[in-house]
Design a protein around this ligand. Sequence first.
Ligand SMILES: [Mg+2]
Length: 232
Amino acid sequence: MYTVDYSQNEAQSTHKQLIVLDLNGTLVYRQKRPNGSRVLIPRPGLQDFLDFATKNFAVMVWSSAQPASVLGMLDAGFGEHASQLVRVWDRRFCDLDGDYFGKSSSVKDLRRITDGFNLSHSVNRTAYKSYNGYTGVNTENPGQWQLEDIILIDDSESKAYLQKDNHIFISTFSGQTHDSELGVLQTYLQKYLDNKDSFPHLLDYIKGSSWLDYRKEATRVNDEEIEIEMSD
Ligand SMILES: [Mg+2]
């Protein structure tokens, strides 16, 4: 069950810019053990990144995993930051090309955030008996966010293809000990904050200052990190 009232956080948020965070492969890695159970490995720098992000932006999570997995990842990886999110969207909020419980590919259409999409609009709204109390949106103010001020941080290009300009494509995390991608991303976003007055919208910064170029030139703990590959 979603126990935090995220819609209250959303209603009270004073930020104009919204960061949408993917979970698996982006912030955490769900490693499969030989016995089939999963152990969650947080990406190095995760707590620092969440400190920074929740202080300076409105932050939501959007994962294509099922609600129980999403909550498991939040519990194990987010700590106190889980209660600061403005929305938590799971697989039911994605556009799927096939069976909900199968291996369908999924798309995160950011227009759903700006257009007041909520759980009642999802074709998969009845996928569970539980998890139904959460609508996934602050219905009091559906026009709170503008596409020009939303970025999606995701390691899958395919999930973001509808709004490529809004996508920060980061390398897939699969449990490496040496990984500085989140630290590099933080300095990239800090540059925006330092020059915020020059940009009417967050997207103006993203378009004018290429993330992919920035990440290539950044100092790394491990040179192999610089290569980036599509995860699917
Ligand atoms: Mg991912």
